[in-house]
Design a protein around this ligand. Sequence first.
Ligand code: HEM
Length: 436
Amino acid sequence: MGQHLVILSSAEAVEDLLLKRGAIYSDRPTLAMQQLSGWEYAYATLRYGERFRATRRLSGRVMNSRASRDYIPMQEQAMRRLLKMLLVTPERFEHHIKSAAGSIVLKLAYDYDTVDDHDPLVDLADRALEIFSVSSKPHWAVNLFPALRYLPHWFPGCGFLGQAAIWKKVVREMYKRPFEMAKKNMQTESGHDSMIAKMLEGDGESPSPDLEELVMLCVGSLYGGVSQTVSAGLSFLLAMTLYPDVQHRAQAEIEAITGGDRLPTYNDRERMPYVDALIQEVHRWNPVLPCGLPHFCSTEDVYRGFRIPSGSTVLANVWHITHDPKIYPEPFAFNPDRYLGDTVGSSVNPDPKGFIFGFSRRECPGRFVADASVWLMVATTLATFNIGMATDENGQPLVPDVKYSSGILRRVRRLHPLSFPCKIVPKSPRAAALVG
Ligand code: HEM
């Protein structure tokens, strides 16, 4: 409705605008129904301003590359649980990956230990995220005509206001319940490991109500990163099902380092360049957020003779960039080797992590945590399991389609009850024993 949409499909345009002119391209477009439903101050939807900068400072303190290394032992434990679950019910791989990714974020955020099925905080967070997703749909007239939000709730056609009020309570509960729990734990000797404690105790003074609210909203928004990690994990399994040669090479690299006597740990990462290259290729092959999250231009701009009005929504076409043959030759080949050898450091085959985690002042604040989770998931899974095609009743292989859902967040399309057909079996009794 009179909205301008600018899609940047070259790495150069993304760099020129989102990075070099980040000061005017780091705002976010807003959706009235989402705001009315309690998501107004979610990290990813915050307008670019003082509240955003304060949130960014808080998250930067606890999730920078140095701080994130402290979380690795906990992530290794979560991955060990993932392997155990894969051993017992491999066909529920999607559930297990989500469970592992969710447990990591809730442990970091609140020092909370989840239970595998129907954890009350996980269920609450999932419900709130569902509200986030539904309330952002264009079928809400108020998303197209934001002024409708100011009509009285009894006005004909204003049922959405009642719906939003109900949802707002759920979203508020999602923020408040774990926050209060973590705050209460701060009174105990062992209750200082959560992000909540680190943020509130940061400057040694007793926190103001404003800071408490800011911390609650910042930390409560992190669970959204779980879906991204799950999507990357599913793409990894799909790629392994389709490209057994790549899988075998990565497994050989892992085994050369561990001798097959132990699980790989994060300390092994530097000595496993092919595993890293495989992960880069998974990210490039099917970026989780193919157009990133929308940026919003806050001041009118001119680029290459085009006027970009203030208030334009600006998307980085990440999928197009990671499939541009000038940047990634033969972009449709799944080829981890492209990151190894002569082209390292050149403008050809750059590390796709430079694109898939977003840009400049809005770059994903959870990227170091996410990167370590994905590495551990890939390395430990390949150390213990073979991932291959499932077979039908006649023993014929079921070749999975590379089909993804549409929407902002792209994930392998679900074929109920499984995500996609694939078989995950222990490499050997010795490998299974590593899971413990
Ligand atoms: C493979 C996993 C992940 C990928 C690919 C990913 C990617 C992204 C991208 C593309 C953005 C938007 C950046 C932009 O607007 O330019 C983003 C934002 C964000 N991510 Fe991640 N993410 C992942 C995991 C996580 C995790 C685990 C967390 C939390 C621990 C997290 C927290 C956030 C937050 C809070 C934002 C909003 C930042 C803002 O609006 O300023 N992400 N992520």
